[in-house]
Design a protein around this ligand. Structure first.
Ligand SMILES: Cc1cc2nc3c(=O)[nH]c(=O)nc-3n(C[C@H](O)[C@H](O)[C@H](O)COP(=O)(O)O)c2cc1C
Length: 663
């Protein structure tokens, strides 16, 4: 596979061109950015962890930065590979050999979260620059003394040497994201009065000492990279001017081989480090250009929501960066570069940027890649089934489409029934709302694959159990989705009369119109997933006022911290109002365009006047009415996605994938 990438560089000549780093040759310009996979177990390298990296080396990257490794005893947690003693040498050697033999350099990441924590609770074991609380968790770290810092420098350098002995080509220090090294760099989190605080030299000292200790122990051939803050989005923190001063100071020795820049900090700006489709692609490129001007001659890897091979090629061709670092794009498709090089960019499974891979506490998983870390993951296409069967798929959303293309690619005769005229289900509606561009990515891939595999579509058709039975299928994949439950306070006639619709139904008629309306749009929110808030943002473009009401104590409780921050930021900027710990008091006042609400604890009431739009967004219940009659008719039925139990896009893709392989 790597030979393909090297040989065919006509399409993306800059991206596919080699680059010399520390005297060694990188076969192309793609770097795999560090991402925590949670594939290690009990501090050990696992076969799945190695396989994850083999796949990215085989399909795309010329250099991989691993997830953070446990380089000092206080960092010991089961999900981090232990490097601070010799017990893992065998696993580390197997990991390095597997990746390096694919002509891909492997760099271990040195990182410590310091006081930073975004899971519930505080971290009693945190170490840090100063006794200041983490903005998100409130964790106040133990302040590292000068002697403790010297011991850490020694530990990190010895860990780097151990990695080198095991066959790793280098290390990266992760100095952004508001983690320990960032906490030392920033005057906002470092108020020390000793040699490790104060001026630029003091705040950079800890990192500079690690770099020179690594260089001293590992020699001239070992690659040392830094991920530095570019703009941390914190008042009194590190903006672009300070970022250039830091970068220039830390690279002056010539010991650092390349830099990348991370944005945001472990504060209200954490969301900046993994931007999503609410903003432009490659949003930090202008900043990278600006920062580069202050550090001429230092190689830079451009980083941040780079998804498109043509954009990546242009970054290299225009001289904006020497390398392109990809995070989520390579979780979604390890063959990102192979497919591009073969003229098959349309076959790439592109990142949805819903950030479901981030901080889940579970091993790496992806909305658009159900095979993360499997041995056949790279450019996977199913093997033919032994016996051809007739398969009916009910539902043309993400789950149904995933099952359909795979079943057809295995040689089955597949018909998909969808009750609307288009494929995509809820993802299609979400794609039409703000920040929704990428929600179509799974469906776009599935539709292309389905056409290639010969799936037949019957769209705009609502089938009954008898319709399906009459087709005499060998197997049915039931992917007919879910419906929002009606809030208990809402009388049945308000729903049947259409006076109060669910949010999805209420949005559909508005999508084609661009006119603004007087009055308030009100959403009653028990759902708390990202889509509800995208709907609020859409409504803000149509109504004078938007109010989200929820009985829960805050918004977006089903979204990752970073997504929640981004939602709250946009709500603030767009003037979208919210009422938390608030329920609705149903009476007939909606007839007069009024809604009365009540505080859930103290009973205080209020009224929203001039209500022009009102809908509820609630948890969903499966739309699985066909399952029992089909089973009673002796048909093999696979229930998948929301139809099984309403959850996320990630579950829908995964279950559709499994069903497509099982029928
Ligand atoms: C699942 C996930 C885990 C990450 N873990 C780390 C990490 O442990 N260390 C680190 O320096 N960056 C980490 N990052 C940040 C990425 O390296 C990268 O900076 C960020 O995802 C932006 O790149 P992208 O837009 O190409 O994904 C992580 C990102 C993701 C999505």
């Amino acid at each position: 596979m790597s030979a393909v990438i090297q040989d065919n560089n006509a399409l993306y000549p800059a991206l596919l061109s080699p680059y010399t780093l520390r005297g060694g040759r990188l076969r192309n310009r793609v770097v795999h950015a560090s991402m925590t996979t949670r594939l290690a177990e009990h501090g050990r390298v696992t076969d799945r962890l190695i396989q994850y990296h083999i796949n990215r080396a085989r399909g795309s990257a010329a250099l991989i930065v691993t997830e953070p490794l446990s380089m000092a005893p206080h960092q010991d947690i089961p999900a981090k590979v232990r490097v601070w003693n010799d017990e893992n040498l065998d696993g580390l050697k197997r990991w390095a050999a597997a990746v390096e033999s694919l002509d891909c350099r492997l760099l271990g990441q040195i990182q410590d979260p310091g006081r930073g924590r975004h899971l519930p609770g505080r971290n009693p074991h945190a170490v840090g620059a100063s006794a200041l609380a983490d903005d998100i968790s409130g964790t106040v770290p133990h302040v590292l003394s000068g002697a403790e810092l010297e011991r850490l420098v020694e530990s990190f350098a010895q860990g780097a040497q151990r990695l080198q002995l095991c066959g790793f080509s280098g290390v990266e220090l992760s100095c952004g994201h508001g983690h320990l090294f960032h906490q030392f760099l920033s005057p906002w989190s470092n108020v020390r009065s000793d040699a490790y605080g104060g001026d630029l030299a003091g705040r950079t000292r800890f990192i500079a000492q690690i770099v020179s200790a690594v260089r001293a122990l590992c020699g001239r051939q070992f690659i040392v990279a830094l991920k530095l803050p570019g703009n941390d989005g914190v008042a009194g923190g590190i903006g672009p001017v300070e970022a250039v001063r830091i970068a220039a100071h830390l690279t002056a020795s010539g010991d650092v081989d390349f830099l990348s820049f991370a944005q945001g900090s472990h504060a209200r700006s954490l969301e900046m480090h993994i931007p999503d489709s609410h903003g432009p692609r490659a949003p930090y490129l202008p900043l990278v250009r600006e920062l580069r001007r202050g550090i001429p001659g230092v190689p830079v890897a451009a980083l941040g929501y780079i998804t498109d091979p043509a954009e990546a090629d242009a970054i290299i061709a225009s001289g904006d960066a020497e390398l392109v670092a990809l995070g989520r794009s390579l979780i979604a498709d390890p063959a990102w570069l192979t497919k591009a090089a073969q003229g098959r960019a349309h076959d790439i499974r592109y990142c949805v940027s819903r950030n479901s891979c981030w901080s889940t506490g579970r091993p790496s998983a992806c909305d658009n890649n159900p095979r993360v870390a499997r041995s056949d993951e790279v450019d996977w296409w199913p093997a033919p089934a032994e016996r051809k069967r007739r398969v009916v798929v009910v539902g043309a959303g993400v789950a149904g489409m995933e099952a359909a293309w795979i079943a057809a690619a295995r040689g089955h005769q597949v018909t998909v029934f969808g009750h609307t005229g288009e494929v995509g289900g809820k993802a299609r509606l979400r794609a039409l709302l703000p920040g929704g561009e990428t929600y179509r990515n799974p469906v776009d891939y599935q539709l292309g694959a389905a056409r290639r595999a010969g799936v037949q579509f019957e769209l705009g058709v609502s089938v009954t159990a008898s319709d399906v039975i009459a087709l005499r299928p060998d197997a049915v994949v039931l992917a007919s989705g879910s419906n929002m439950v009606v809030p208990r306070w809402l009388p049945a006639d308000a729903v049947t009369s259409g006076l109060v619709p669910d949010l999805r139904s209420a949005l559909l008629p508005l999508l084609g119109r661009s006119n603004r309306q007087h009055g308030a749009a009100v959403i009653y929110d028990l759902d708390h997933t990202e889509g509800t808030y995208a709907a609020a943002e859409f409504l803000r473009t149509r109504f004078e006022r938007v109010v989200v009401i929820t009985p829960r104590d805050s918004l977006a409780q089903e979204a990752p911290v970073v997504t929640c921050q981004a939602i709250l930021r946009r709500f603030g900027q767009q003037g979208i109002e919210s009422l938390v710990l608030t329920d609705l008091k149903w009476n007939d006042s909606l007839e007069d365009a009024k809604l009365e609400y009540v505080h859930v604890y103290n009973g205080t009431t209020g009224v929203i006047e001039d209500v022009a739009f009102f809908a509820y967004s609630t948890p969903r219940t499966p739309e699985d009415a066909l399952a029992d009659p089909l089973r009673a008719a002796g048909i093999e039925v696979h229930v998948v996605g929301d139809c099984k139990y309403p959850r996320t896009m990630l579950d829908a893709t995964a279950e559709g994938h499994a069903a497509g392989n099982a029928v």
